[in-house]
Design a protein around this ligand. Sequence first.
Ligand SMILES: [Fe+2]
Ligand SMILES: [Fe+2]
Length: 296
Amino acid sequence: MIPTKPDCITIKARKVDFGFSTELPYRWYSGNPAIFNFCNAISIMFPIGEQFFIDSVRHYKDKITDPVLREEVAGFIAQEAMHSKQHDLCNQVLKVQNKQMFVIEKVAKLFLDTSRHIYPARTLLAISCALEHFTALFADQLLNSAAFRRLAHPVYAELWLWHAVEETEHKAVCFDVYQQVAGGPLGYIERCLVMLLVSVCMLTAILLSAILMIIANPKKSAPEQDKPKPVAKKPFATGWIRYLFIKPGIVPYIMVPYFRYYSPFFHPWKHDNSELVERWKAHYANLRAASAPAQP
Ligand SMILES: [Fe+2]
Ligand SMILES: [Fe+2]
């Protein structure tokens, strides 16, 4: 039986406004600097990537016969559009603070634009499925990280946790559309081959981002008042190695769920992490209650 998303999960875009401004520190995470560098680099890629996901799913919108999936697709498009909008606002600040961000943006755009020109619509959807799987794995790690909530600037913590929650909510939408329009043995082979290609590109992108961050000097490009607070200094390469392999150790964290994607029986909701979404909802409901004016 094909797993479905849990009943507590709904796919609807939330209206959010994080109030980004250049007053925010570029180094917004007081722990390992590799974490804010990694997040800033993928933030730059999001608006381009999310438009790519939206287009690849929208292409098949009229071929989807299941009314529930049609509704989920509408929710997916609305959520990704809101992510794009908010990351775009965030990126405007990051680009002022670090000019290397333009390079990362150009490379991401080149990769996805080239893909649009050389691959058929079905492969583009398979690329979206693979990237959505990566996004869901990173989201799961972030939502499980107490350190992230504690050490991130509140505005950035809110941005990233909100995005992680919605990525979890819609983690199966691309996959379900792909299964409907390209299911079967050939579709399975294609999605596995595409995942291999995307994984190589992801590794290259992470490596490139790390190198660019080494040569970047955001202090020079940031306005005077935005100079970051001093953070614990760690050799740069050691920071990345710690982040990727030791603490939190992204690579070992995602390794097993990453390889599950290659199973012919894979489905994103076979890993039910809806409890993380519920926990986030309860946390923000409590925050809102705490900030509401007291009743007379
Ligand atoms: Fe997103
Ligand atoms: Fe997504």
